[in-house]
Write a new protein. Structure first.
Length: 153
C-alpha cells in the first residue's frame, strides 16, 4: 500500500506543479485534443530541432490524472528524437493496458520514471483515456511537425 500512496503523491505533485505548462513559441505544430468521455482537454505545441523534440508546451484542463500525465510526459520527451519519444509513448501505452500487472510496471520503471506512477490507473478503464490523452496529442503534433519540416526542405 505504501507504493500506491507514493504513486498518488507523484501524480498530485505533477498536477499541482506542472512541468512545461504554458504555450510557447516557436513551434512547428499545435493540436487540441479532448476526451469526450469526461471533458479533459489539452492544447499542445511541439518544437523540433531536426528530429529532436526541443520543446513541448501545453495548456489544459481536466482531472488530476490527465493534467499530471502531460507534465510527466514533458519530462520524458524533451531532448529525445521523435522516434525515441514515441517509443516511450508505446511503453506508457503498455503500462496503461497492463490492468495493474506489477510485473509489467516493474519492467518499465526505468524507462517511464515518474510516469510509472500511473500504473494504478490501468486498473480503471474509464481513467486510462485521461492518462493517454497527452500521449495521443504528442503523437499527432509530432507527425504534423515532421510533416511541416519536411515540406520546408
Amino acid at each position: 500500500m505504501q507504493l500506491q500512496s507514493m504513486y498518488q503523491d507523484i501524480i498530485l505533485d505533477h498536477y499541482r506543479n506542472p512541468h512545461g505548462r504554458g504555450l510557447r513559441d516557436p513551434f512547428e505544430a499545435e493540436v487540441h485534443h479532448v476526451n469526450p468521455t469526461c471533458g479533459d482537454e489539452v492544447t499542445m505545441r511541439v518544437h523540433l530541432d531536426g528530429d529532436t523534440i526541443a520543446d513541448v508546451s501545453y495548456e489544459g484542463q481536466g482531472c488530476s490524472i490527465s493534467q499530471a500525465s502531460v507534465s510527466a510526459m514533458y519530462d520524458l520527451v524533451i531532448g529525445k528524437s521523435v522516434t525515441e519519444a514515441l517509443g516511450t509513448g508505446e511503453h506508457f501505452m503498455t503500462l496503461m493496458q497492463s490492468k495493474g500487472d506489477a510485473a509489467v510496471a516493474e519492467g518499465l520503471e526505468d524507462e517511464l520514471e515518474d510516469a510509472i506512477a500511473f500504473a494504478g490507473v490501468s486498473k480503471y478503464p474509464a481513467r486510462v483515456k485521461c492518462a493517454l490523452m497527452s500521449w495521443m496529442a504528442l503523437k499527432d503534433a509530432s507527425a504534423r511537425a515532421l510533416s511541416t519540416s519536411s515540406e520546408a526542405n
